[in-house]
Design a binder for this molecule. Structure first.
Ligand code: CAA
Length: 240
């Protein structure tokens, strides 16, 4: 039986590449999305991957989705917490709503979905959890106190939960992507982005597939001895 994998924010950007790569690796993938139904339907049509609409930042919706998936396909054994948004602004212009939206979606979602799946993984003595952090959670970024705090939180969350899962066959790891060619990064003002790319030693933006390959590796059965780690996939940018 194929292992069941849930990828949040799995129909667009990095998440879409992760869903496709996991499917190619033989997983039964469910890709969740929050709002863009049109893109999700197109993704499902193109890939055959089941898409599911729920807000990863909402606890009750996450519990209901996890139960629904378990009833129809079997328990989730691979969880990729990828859902993420930006609401960039300097502190003077950042509102409380911008803070809450990013913390709830980017970090709260990790709690919601791990809470809904972790005990089951423990009982079955197997689980693979990958949380998508960011170089901006490692290094900070001008105009992103909300996003950097949430992504930095993901790295702490990962190390703490890894300790709880280790004796039960559950690995919990993070991937910290650098700047990847997605809609999110294309929304950065062109002059700012140009300066950022100039600081990437590989001399280019990442591709979503660069990140997806790391997820396939960390969620494989063979990656059993890797837990609590952060894989930085950023073209060398973390060295600066
Ligand atoms: N360091 C130092 N100063 C900076 C700066 C930086 N990185 N970025 C901007 N500034 C300065 C500007 O030069 C400007 O200075 P002056 O007033 O003296 O001219 C001042 O800050 C205001 O800049 P803006 O005119 O750009 O201000 P704004 O309010 O219109 O926008 C901003 C501010 C929203 C932060 C905008 O600069 C921006 O979008 N920056 C990009 C933020 C970014 O990199 N986001 C990443 C998104 S992708 C992502 O998050 C994925 C991932 O995981 C990597």
């Amino acid at each position: 039986m194929a292992r069941v994998a849930l990828v949040t924010g799995g129909t667009r950007g990095i998440g879409a590449a992760i869903s496709i790569a996991l499917q190619k690796a033989g997983r039964l993938v469910i890709a969740s999305y929050a709002g863009n139904t049109e893109a999700a339907q197109a993704f499902q049509k193109e890939t055959g991957i089941e898409t599911m609409k729920f807000d990863a930042g909402n606890f009750d919706e996450c519990v209901a989705a996890v139960n629904d998936i378990a009833t129809r396909h079997g328990p989730i054994e691979i969880l990729v917490n990828n859902a993420g948004i930006t609401r960039d602004a300097v502190m003077g212009k950042m509102t409380r709503d911008m803070w809450d939206a990013v913390i709830d979606t980017n970090l709260g979602s990790c709690f919601n979905l791990c809470k809904a799946t972790f005990d089951g993984m423990k009982g079955r003595k197997f689980g693979r959890i990958v949380n998508i952090g960011s170089i901006n959670g490692q290094a900070g970024q001008y105009g992103q106190v909300n996003y950097a705090a949430a992504k930095s939180g993901i790295h702490g969350f990962t190390k703490a939960l890894a300790q709880e899962g280790a004796r039960n066959g559950i690995t919990v790891n993070a991937i910290a992507p650098g700047y990847v060619d997605t809609e999110m990064v294309r929304a950065v003002p062109a002059d700012v982005l140009e300066k950022i790319v100039a600081r990437i030693p590989r001399g280019r933006l990442g591709t979503a597939e660069d990140i997806a390959r790391g997820v396939v590796f960390l969620t494989s059965d063979e990656a059993d001895f890797i837990t609590g780690s952060t894989l930085s996939i950023n073209g060398g940018q973390h060295m600066y």
